[in-house]
Design a protein around this ligand. Structure first.
Ligand code: BTN
Length: 235
């Protein structure tokens, strides 16, 4: 990994690696914050990301480079999926729209993308949480403990960072078909929240180039830029 393109700061404990990315100045292509624990870990849609235990991945990648060539949250999910598969040496990780990492029907990781304006520059902050080993496992959550990769955490982190470096260097990167293949709910019945109303009896048809979900309803097709979907039998 070219060190002149990155800054990495590692913390024993921090409020949230995403929030730290809002406080720093970015000198290189990527500035990465990694923490052993977070006291105010944040999830998508205003939820909390419980992060009291060491041994998991809590990291945020921040950049002021233009990443608009890809829908960053879906693309990050794909980078993480490929990095985990490579580290465990098995193709096991699936993706749930927009960017949940799934193993055997349980969520093992998630991504929170935020953007901020600093001195007329737009900063993208990509927060990644991956459960390697949850000591107090709740039935809803999964982790990667069955693969015994506790000693490969740094390798996994560097795979993810390398994925971002190559994305910066290859703006024409093709991601859509790989994402479709990794998706665990293509053409399946789902539910989705629209303006506070839970839409039922619909199916997940596809995604478009911008990462929007294309949903098939009885009246035709509808597009969603963000949200959360429910799928029967999956957390
Ligand atoms: C989700 O809700 O699925 C997204 C979870 C993102 C959690 C990560 S952990 C590192 C980074 N810092 C945070 O506060 N959140 C993200």
């Amino acid at each position: 990994m070219p060190p002149d393109r990155l800054n990495i700061n590692i913390f024993e404990e921090i409020d949230s690696t995403n929030d730290e990315c809002k406080r720093i100045s970015i000198e290189n292509d990527l500035h990465i914050i990694i923490a052993e624990k977070q006291t105010k870990g944040k999830g998508r849609l205003g939820k909390k990301w419980s992060s009291p235990d060491t041994g998991n991945i809590y990291m945020s990648i921040s950049t002021e480079k233009n990443l608009s060539c890809v829908p960053i949250s879906l693309f990050t999910g794909l980078i993480c999926k490929k990095s985990i598969d490579k580290t465990i040496n098995k193709k096991k990780i699936g993706l749930k729209w927009p960017n949940d990492l799934v193993l055997d029907k349980k969520k093992i990781g998630g991504i929170l993308v935020e953007t901020e304006s600093f001195n007329k520059k737009t900063r993208t902050i990509i927060g990644i949480g991956i459960n390697l080993n949850l000591p107090k496992k709740e039935s809803w959550w999964g982790d990667l403990s069955e693969f015994n990769i506790a000693d490969k955490r740094e390798i996994l982190i560097s795979e993810i960072i390398s994925g971002f470096i190559s994305a910066l260097d290859n703006p024409d990167v093709k991601w859509l078909n790989e994402w479709r293949k990794a998706c665990i709910h293509m053409n399946q019945e789902i539910e989705i929240n629209k303006d506070g109303e839970l839409l039922k009896n619909i199916s997940f048809h596809d995604i478009d180039d911008n990462g929007c979900a294309i949903i098939k309803t009885k009246n035709g097709y509808d597009k969603f830029t963000s949200g959360e979907i429910n799928i029967k039998g999956i957390y």
